[in-house]
Design a protein around this ligand. Structure first.
Ligand code: HAM
Length: 430
């Protein structure tokens, strides 16, 4: 029979994948635990939304002329004839939930986070997948620039906490509606003179959404853009003051950053501050995280006129960066004990012992192979347990057992009644 392969651009996360260590679940568990503890310190609470939504949410929220929506969505019709899409990102869903559940009536300020898979039909390459995973952060209800700086600091601090170095923070301002209308015109005036030199994609973008030309990876477009005006020259006074305040706060918080006037990000909802953090450890796909303010999105999706800002970071890219900086990688967890019983009554005793050990938080396995002690010991080693406990019929009669530290081979005898307290609290040394 033919094997059925995994879909292109996706991957399995195994307990341990020695060839591709980043696909080992113990690393993912570690990262998710660290993230949860970290975001709690910043006062964030979790929100979980469906992994699919009505297609129009992303068309309207993210923008139907963005690559993400026009080229990369997994869109399908359900049996009721509705057009649905796997979420390509999390912000639109969070805002949909916020508007639908009238969370504005519950309280005026919201700090929400989510962790989960996102889906984009992209050309797979190192660091770019069709199913990737994000931590996303969204704050609703505050327009002040201090918050923009707080979130940029937070994203940077998350990487620092995970031991990641060699990062660059890029910031830019995309202004408000008024700034962008003026910039759009200036940009189009400039591009008109270079129209023929643009890529085919960008010729299309020219009318529909000329700012998106800044997203282009095409060398022809990059060359044309070198002489283009930048949004920073067209900021309204209010947006300029906002951007200055963000940068001052970043200086105060000692976040190293560079202004990149060409940074537009691939989603249409942004206003004012946008940012990205790149890692020198990754290849072409070197953006670990990014985000920005999106003050108009809630209203656009039918809610009240409230400001909001957020960012997201790819978990694959975090783990891959961590692995490039080896000393910070956690170790895979090992079972504490592997209990081997010889004979029926010893087996019964072992079952109760394993149950009791687990109740006390000890990771305990019971040998179920009914083989000779030598083979059982080999299985104990393969299980990577730290200790084997052997209960034979004779020992059982005396109420004793043998505990063997598998790494060193040291063996001691212990009363069965003392085993649980011996292992409580995890690691022990004989
Ligand atoms: P984004 O920049 O499109 O932003 O994605 C955030 C992060 O997800 C990227 O920096 C990258 O680490 C990771 N990522 C994106 N696409 C892929 C992929 N195909 N393979 C692997 N990793 C990927 C957003 O999605 C916005 N919703 C962020 C945001 C939240 N803005 C405001 N609030």
């Amino acid at each position: 029979m033919m094997n059925i392969p995994i879909p292109t651009g996706t991957f399995d996360i195994l307990p341990e994948d020695p060839k591709e260590l980043w696909r080992s679940s113990y690393l993912w568990e570690y990262l998710e635990k660290e993230i949860r503890a970290f975001v709690q310190c910043y006062g964030f609470e979790e929100i979980r939304t469906p992994i699919f939504e009505r297609t129009e949410l992303f068309a309207r929220g993210v923008g139907d002329t963005t690559d993400i929506v026009s080229k990369e969505m997994y869109t399908f019709e359900d049996r009721g004839g509705r057009s649905l899409s796997l979420r390509p990102e999390g912000t639109a869903s969070v805002i949909r939930a916020f508007v639908e559940k009238r969370l504005d009536l519950v309280q005026s300020l919201h700090r929400l986070f989510y962790i989960g898979p996102m889906f984009r039909y992209e050309r797979p390459q190192a660091g770019r997948f069709r199913q990737h995973h994000q931590l996303g952060i969204e704050v609703i209800g505050i327009a002040r620039p201090e918050l923009d700086a707080e979130l940029i600091e937070m994203n940077y601090a998350l990487y620092e906490r995970l031991g990641i170095e060699n990062l660059t923070v890029y910031v830019n301002s995309l202004g408000d509606g008024e700034s962008r209308v003026r910039f759009r015109e200036a940009l189009k005036d400039y591009l008109r003179g270079h129209f023929e030199a643009l890529s085919e994609d960008s010729k299309l973008r020219f009318e529909k959404n000329p700012l998106r030309i800044f997203d282009s990876k095409d060398e022809r477009d990059k060359e044309v853009l070198r002489g283009a005006p930048t949004i920073l020259q067209y900021l309204s006074a209010d947006c300029e003051a906002h951007f200055l305040a963000v940068r001052r706060m970043l200086d105060h918080l000692k976040v190293p950053y560079a202004v990149n006037a060409c940074l537009v990000r691939g989603l249409d909802y942004y206003t004012k501050t946008v940012f990205e953090i790149t890692s020198g450890e990754l290849g072409a796909q070197n953006t670990v995280g990014g985000g920005g303010r999106y003050d108009g999105l809630i209203k656009e999706l039918g809610g009240p006129d409230l400001p909001a800002i957020g960012f997201a970071t790819g978990l694959e890219r975090i783990i891959q960066t961590m692995l490039k900086q080896k000393e910070i990688v956690p170790e895979r967890r090992r079972p504490h004990v592997y209990v081997i019983a010889l004979g029926d009554s010893a087996s019964l005793m072992a079952s109760s012992l394993v149950k009791e050990l687990r109740m006390q938080g000890v990771i305990a396995l019971q040998d179920m192979n009914g083989k000779k002690v030598k083979q059982a010991m080999q299985l104990a080693s393969t299980s990577r347990a730290q200790y084997a406990i052997v209960i034979g019929e004779n020992e059982l009669q005396k109420g004793m057992c043998e505990i063997k530290e598998l790494d060193s081979g040291t063996v001691i005898e212990k009363a069965l009644s003392e085993v649980v307290s011996f292992f409580m609290g995890g690691k022990k040394c004989i």
